[in-house]
Design a protein. Structure first.
Length: 103
């Protein structure tokens, strides 16, 4: 069987939450806490809606995800947060950040 890659939908949030919890469990056990270690299903759903998230399905189960965050979510003004968009090593603004999770 082959894997299928698709863009995540809001109703994928519970499955992605389970994947994140499993992936980050070792960090939680070391008392390392950041958003992914403590996220709830609603936060995962919000991230799916605000950022482009791809999932890998194998035999109808989500086995991996990649979340791409462009310089700022649509509708957010980076100057209002006081945080400039990131720059790469040549000084140009970065196109995106990417996080990858798999089981």
């Amino acid at each position: 069987m082959s894997d299928t890659i698709r863009i995540a939908k809001a109703d994928d949030a519970p499955a992605l939450h389970r994947l994140l919890q499993a992936a980050y469990q070792p960090l939680l056990e070391m008392n390392i806490r950041f958003t992914a270690t403590t996220a709830n299903v609603d936060l995962v759903r919000d991230k799916i809606l605000r950022h482009t998230t791809f999932v890998v399905e194998r035999e109808a189960a989500i086995v991996a995800m990649v979340s791409v965050r462009f310089p700022w979510p649509m509708g957010e003004n980076p100057s209002s947060t006081g945080s400039p968009s990131p720059r790469n090593s040549s000084g140009n603004r970065s196109a995106a950040r990417c996080s990858i999770m798999s089981s």
